[in-house]
Design a protein around this ligand. Structure first.
Ligand code: PMV
Length: 359
């Protein structure tokens, strides 16, 4: 594997330039919650990449002027010292894979198309964009990773080190990260796209992200993953998720929407059950979250429209449904759900084609 080979350093040449990528957030149906070793998931996860919720990241790089590499970081045109620290420690963790990091200075401009810390994985989009750019620097300056498959596999491997879920954002459509029994090619080390296995009903899935609250998260996912180490239900949870991942791959292939709904909602509620059963415990749902869940279930019961919900580690609700039901569901959201939403309303999103190089 390419990332196992010793990384490259500049010797007699130097290299500077500007690279821009846009990379999406994703929403997991089978959730990653709990890890071991260095960013190895305790169970496989499956998500789809979003279309309109993405980070656009521009990196200017030039030969380092001092002994240590320097990073300047702006999010939505504003310097962000906390994020800058995270990026520096992420880059330091990557110097074995990309020794050239230590020989460069970086100016990083990132913009998200969605509110920060909304429980929409900004770490997934942001870290995957950075990983793609680092691989692109390697490609541009050293003429490596010229085979697309190698490029994206390494980008996913590297994104995983910044944020597990970011490993899935490197690809479009449905993506699995973590070894799934019986599914060749899946790995704990990087995500793999599973589009060859998908029924057409699941190729255009919609995600209306219902923003109950867009404040800062109360628990970082790093702490959340750690708490699984002493969670009394961890073992059963991991084996449930392994079964669900295996089952979901079949469901996506068969187009079995009823079973999809069952798995999706069970995964979301189990994720939150795990947080509630941790020590210390976290309740990240808000009263509006529960109201919305009840509205969704009532609407499905009364109309037969196959909507379902999933949740990330926060109070916002992702409403998932096939594209053929778009008009009905849009009315439902505007009429019945809007009163429960915060000032940012909702984000109308859908499955997307994955990252894009802009420059
Ligand atoms: O990638 P992390 O470490 O931020 O963890 C993400 C965890 C969840 O979003 C809750 C689930 C998932 O699989 O995306």
């Amino acid at each position: 594997m390419l990332y196992d080979k010793p990384g490259l350093k500049f010797k007699n040449q130097d290299c500077s330039g500007e690279i821009v990528w846009q990379s999406p957030s994703n929403i997991a149906v089978v959730k990653y919650w709990g890890k071991k070793g260095f960013q190895i998931p305790s169970n496989p996860s499956i998500s789809f990449s979003l279309n309109r919720s993405y980070s656009k990241t521009r990196v200017l790089f030039r030969p380092a002027t001092g002994k240590n590499f320097k990073v300047r970081f702006l999010l939505n045109n504003t310097p962000q010292p906390d994020f800058k620290k995270k990026i520096i420690s992420y880059f330091k963790s990557l110097t074995k894979i990309f020794p050239f990091i230590e020989q460069l200075d970086f100016e990083i401009h990132s913009n998200n198309t969605f509110p920060h810390s909304a429980g929409i994985a900004s770490s997934a989009s942001g870290m995957s964009a950075l990983a793609l750019i680092l691989c692109d620097i390697e490609r541009y300056c050293f003429n490596r990773l010229t085979r697309l498959e190698d490029f994206f596999q390494k980008a996913s491997f590297v994104a995983r080190m910044g944020s597990g879920s970011a490993s899935r954002s490197v690809f479009g459509g449905w993506v699995a990260w973590g070894a799934i029994e019986g599914m060749e090619g899946t790995s704990d080390l990087f995500g793999v796209p599973i589009k060859n296995y998908i029924h057409s009903d699941f190729l255009n899935y919609q995600d209306s992200i219902l923003l109950v609250e867009t404040g800062t998260k109360k628990v970082s996912s790093r702490i959340g993953h750690d708490l699984m180490k002493n969670n009394p239900f961890a073992k059963d949870r991991f084996s449930q998720a392994k079964q669900n991942a295996k089952r979901l791959v079949k469901v996506l292939k068969a187009g079995d929407i009823d079973e999809f709904i069952r798995i999706t909602e069970s995964e979301a509620l189990t994720l939150h059950a795990m947080m509630m059963a941790s020590q210390p415990s976290f309740i990240l749902m808000k009263p509006q979250t529960l109201n919305i869940i009840e509205e969704i279930r009532a609407y499905r019961r009364e109309t037969g429209v196959p909507v379902c919900f999933t949740l990330d580690a926060g109070p916002n609700v992702h409403l998932l449904y096939p594209k053929s039901n778009r008009n009905q569901v849009n009315k439902f959201v505007r009429n019945d759900i809007k009163p429960y939403l915060g000032e940012n309303g909702f984000i109308d999103d859908e499955i997307g084609p994955g990252p894009k190089k802009l420059m």
